[in-house]
Structures are given as structure tokens and as C-alpha cells.
Write a protein that binds this ligand. Structure first.
Ligand code: PMP
Length: 357
């Protein structure tokens, strides 16, 4: 659809080719399109969140650095507060990172198919985005090419588990990337909690001062509406974020709710095992329909169907089920991404697909 002629004439060239973002169909009864958690929060944790919200006054601006939440995150990850920066969702921190370390005349290294925001924000801030495509079958990054391109990159972005393909990379590859790249390496672990055997790149922070590890409370912690993400990095890099970020982006309610959830993380993380088991069941159910499904270590699966656009439309219109059509992305012809829902939601998807296909 794109922007109007008149709007295109008014904006910077980097903005002219962007699309207004409106996914549509959000009224669907079953929404498995955005990798949120649709599982009920453990009641004790829900109570803690409600109490924290009720005790939060709204007349004051938020603490710009969200120090209460930073302390809770630092205690959890065994790092110092100076190694944590909190943002209004991981998206904002990705934007801030590209704004500070990318920009005109600078290069951002990306490994598609992956989270499209790196490419969109990278171009928006004026960077040259160098895309090194992943293997079309396994989605493993093309390491020889990646490491060669990293040598001249100002920013390199690696997502593990990758969205939308669900695969992880070995820790020694992350380390090789940090060594090859003279710029900043962003390892996006938004889905890390669903891949417990992966091991976080945060273990490399002491050795690699150019490393940023991104996490979010939107997925495993079921807080997508509160918009809270965070980066673990060296204090020097955290200072850069503290300099470029808008001071009040993480509002008081989100800071209070997120602190309660991080302090009650054992309850939240206990539910992750259920999502992982359900992921196995959903994968098996889709394969039983004769579909190609890639093994996933995240809270979604990538599946190839005969006509992704038509299948997504029918799921939404006839069954009130929303999934993500990724056909627009190079290398993802006829692929849909389905978030792992509750068993009831996943049964609804499997039943609907059985009728459509
Ligand atoms: N990274 C990846 C790979 C994601 O898929 C997402 C959410 N879709 C994010 C970061 C950002 O999540 P949020 O802004 O909700 O924290």
C-alpha cells in the first residue's frame, strides 16, 4: 500500500519506502500472530503485579533509568546495575542502538530471514544494511560470509533463537562474531527463555565489551502490553543508551509491573516448560497434516502451506484465528508463523487447517 504521493514528497528518502504498520484482523478470537504469551499468569504473580500497580502514583515522571527495575534485572542476571539499560520494549532499544552506532555512512550487518525491524530501523536512520542471507533450508547463518562482512560493520545483529525461523546458533559462533566485528554486536535473545539449553551470550560480556544482549519481558513473561525490554552490556555501552534514549519512555506502571514480574520470575519461568511441551505437540500436529514445519526453539513455529496468503485469510475470516503470513520475506515463500498458544488455541488452528487444506 505504502505512503501517499504527497506524503512521499514531504519525507526524507529513507522514510519514503516504508509502509504504515497496521496488521489488521486484531479482533480475531485466537491471535497467534505476534508471539505473545496467551497462557494465564500464575495467580500469585498476577496478584503481585496488581498490588504493585495499585501502589504506584501517577503524578510524578518515571525514574528515567528505571533503577528499581534495573536492580531487579541485575540481581537476576548476576551483573552490576551499570550493565543494564531498560527500554520501552526491545524495539525501542534496537532503534536507540541503530541511532547511536548506525546512521549515515555506517554499515549494519543483518542475516535474513530474521526480525524485520533491524532492516527497517537500520535504513530509517540512514545506515547501509548489508544482508547476508541464511541457508535457505536450515536457516543457519552463512558464517564465512558473515564473519567477512563483520570486519567492516559498525553494527552486527544476530537473533537467537531467530524470529521467524526458530533456530539457535552455537555460542562459539557468537564469540567469533564479537571478535570479527570492530563495531557493536547485538545478540537478540528475545526468545532465549524458550531455548534453555542454548546458554545466553551474556556469559561473554566480560570478554567482549562490544557485545549487547537484548531481552524482553514481552514473550516468556507475558508482558507485551507493558512494553519492557532490556539490554545487558558493558557500562560504557550502557552510557551510550542512557545518552540517546528518551528519558521517560518506560512509564511508572510498566516499571512497577515489570519489577514485580522479575522478582517473581521463578513462577513466570515455570510456565515456560508448558509452552515448550506444547510447541512439540503443535509441531507434531502440523506435521501430521503433511506440512513442512521447521524445528523451533522459540514460542512459535514456521510452517509452509500451499498458499500462505489464502490460508491466512481463510483462518482469519472463517475461523477468527490470526497467524502471521511471511510470504513477503525473501526465502520464506508460502510460510506462516504460528505462535504456540494454549492447547485449546492450538487445537483450533489444527482443526481449521484440516478443513482448509
Ligand atoms: N526481537 C525479536 C527477535 C522480536 O521478535 C521482538 C518482538 N517481536 C523483539 C525483539 C521486540 O520485542 P518487544 O519490543 O516487545 O520487547
Amino acid at each position: 500500500m505504502g505512503l501517499s504521493e504527497r506524503a512521499r514528497a514531504l519525507v526524507r528518502p529513507e522514510v519514503a519506502d516504508l509502509e504504515p504498520y497496521d496488521p489488521g484482523f486484531v479482533e480475531c478470537r485466537v491471535n497467534l500472530s505476534a508471539n505473545e504469551s496467551t497462557w494465564p499468569r500464575p495467580p500469585a504473580l498476577e496478584r503481585a503485579v496488581r498490588e504493585a500497580l495499585a501502589a504506584t502514583p501517577l503524578n510524578r515522571y518515571p525514574d528515567p533509568m528505571a533503577n528499581g527495575l534495573r536492580d531487579a534485572l541485575a540481581a537476576w542476571h548476576g551483573v552490576d546495575r551499570s550493565q543494564v539499560v531498560v527500554g520501552n520494549g526491545g524495539d525501542e532499544l534496537i532503534f536507540d542502538l541503530l541511532l547511536a552506532f548506525g546512521g549515515a555512512g555506517r554499515t549494519v550487518l543483518d542475516m535474513p530471514p530474521t526480525f524485520s525491524v533491524y532492516d527497517i530501523y537500520g535504513r530509517l536512520v540512514g545506515s547501509t544494511v548489508v544482508a547476508v542471507p541464511r541457508d535457505p533450508e536450515t536457516f543457519e547463518p552463512a558464517w564465512d560470509e558473515v564473519l567477512a562482512a563483520a570486519r567492516t560493520a559498525d553494527v552486527a545483529v544476530l537473533t537467537t533463537p531467530n524470529n521467524p525461523t526458530g533456530n539457535t546458533v552455537a555460542p562459539d559462533r557468537v564469540e567469533a562474531l564479537c571478535e570479527a566485528c570492530p563495531g557493536v554486536v547485538l545478540v537478540d535473545e528475545a526468545y532465549g527463555e524458550f531455548a534453555p539449553s542454548m546458554g545466553s551470550a551474556a556469559a561473554l560480556l566480560d570478554r567482549h565489551p562490544n557485545l549487547c544482549v537484548l531481552h524482553t519481558l514481552s514473550k516468556a513473561f507475558a508482558m507485551a502490553g507493558a512494553r519492557v525490554g532490556y539490554i545487558l552490556a558493558s557500562p560504557e555501552l550502557v552510557d551510550v543508551f542512557a545518552a540517546v534514549r528518551q528519558p521517560y519512555t518506560v512509564n511508572v506502571l510498566s516499571q512497577a509491573a515489570a519489577t514485580a514480574v522479575v522478582e517473581g520470575r521463578d513462577l513466570a519461568l515455570a510456565a515456560v516448560a508448558d509452552v515448550v511441551a506444547e510447541r512439540t505437540r503443535l509441531t507434531g500436529g502440523l506435521r501430521a497434516l503433511g506440512l513442512r514445519v521447521w524445528d523451533s526453539e522459540a514460542n512459535f513455529v514456521l510452517v509452509r502451506v500451499p498458499d500462505a496468503h489464502a490460508v491466512r485469510q481463510r483462518l482469519a475470516r472463517d475461523f477468527s484465528i490470526l497467524v502471521r503470513d511471511l510470504s513477503f520475506a525473501p526465502g520464506l515463500r508460502d510460510c506462516l508463523r504460528v505462535t504456540v498458544g494454549t492447547p485449546e488455541e492450538d487445537d483450533a488452528v489444527l482443526d481449521a487447517l484440516r478443513r482448509i487444506l
